[in-house]
Design a protein around this ligand. Structure first.
Ligand SMILES: *Cc1c(COP(=O)(O)O)cnc(C)c1O
Length: 241
């Protein structure tokens, strides 16, 4: 009798499937798959699963809670992956976040931008790439910044010395039919294009972090440069987060 497939094989099969779907979606809209970064969202999963993902070729891991991520990052290795914070960041966790994460996707206020900038200075961190999380769902999602408050945040960012705006992130409301998320992705892309024209990203392209297990192909068709995929790589989470 042959052995049951190990976790690593199962995970690498799922990952291969996700990669081929990313590739197919990119080709459908004449984009190169290389311009899309896959961030594996590992929240709720134990460090061994993260290690399995790295062994299978993942380079970027995402977590949504500083507290949960901390132990895992220490165990897996701060330098073993590029670590992305994709969940809301509370002010009292900002210092830990500055030392634990390479990229923060959830910047949502001018106050947080200023705080992160001060913390970078005191932690000796030269540069912190951040994405602004924009709330395009209004009532339905309540995560990220209200687009009307963007000018204030952009002002604060222009005064930051170490916090660098590298792009925008959004988390649309959940729709049974993933195609219904398309207008949100399109709106985020248009907003990115505006900010790019204003020179808000400097020399950088202006990343679009959008698309999850349920809708990453649609997000890619609408211009995503970063997709955040958890379930399709790690399997279902048995905790609701
Ligand atoms: C959990 C999470 C994801 C991944 O969700 P899946 O549906 O499991 O792919 C992506 N982005 C954020 C902000 C998340 O919290």
């Amino acid at each position: 009798m042959t052995e049951k497939p190990s976790t690593i094989e199962t995970l690498s099969d799922r990952l291969a499937n996700v990669r081929s779907r990313i590739e197919a979606a990119a080709r459908r809209c004449d984009r190169s798959p290389e311009e899309i970064t896959l961030v594996a969202i590992s929240k709720t999963h134990p460090p061994e699963m993260l290690q399995a993902a790295l062994a299978a070729g993942i380079t970027d891991l995402g977590e949504n809670r500083v507290q949960e991520a901390e132990g895992k990052i220490i165990e897996v290795g701060r330098k073993a992956a590029r670590w992305h914070l994709v969940g809301h960041l509370q002010a009292n966790k900002a210092r830990r976040a500055v030392s634990l994460f390479d990229v923060i996707h959830s910047l949502d206020s001018a106050g947080l931008a200023r705080r992160l900038d001060r913390l970078c200075a005191s932690e000796g961190r030269e540069e912190l790439p951040v994405l602004i999380q924009v709330d395009l769902g209004g009532e339905e999602t309540k995560t990220g910044i209200d687009p009307r408050k963007l000018p204030e945040l952009l002002n604060a960012l222009s005064e930051c010395e170490r916090v660098r705006l590298t792009g925008l992130m959004t988390l649309p409301p959940y729709f049974e039919n993933a195609d219904c998320a398309r207008p949100y992705f399109k709106t985020l892309r248009e907003l990115r294009d505006d900010l790019r024209q204003q020179g808000r990203f400097g020399e950088r392209i202006g990343e679009l972090s959008m698309g999850m297990t349920h809708d990453f192909e649609i997000a890619i068709e609408e211009g995503a440069t970063i997709v955040r995929v958890g379930t399709a790589i790690f399997g279902a989470r048995n905790q609701l987060i």
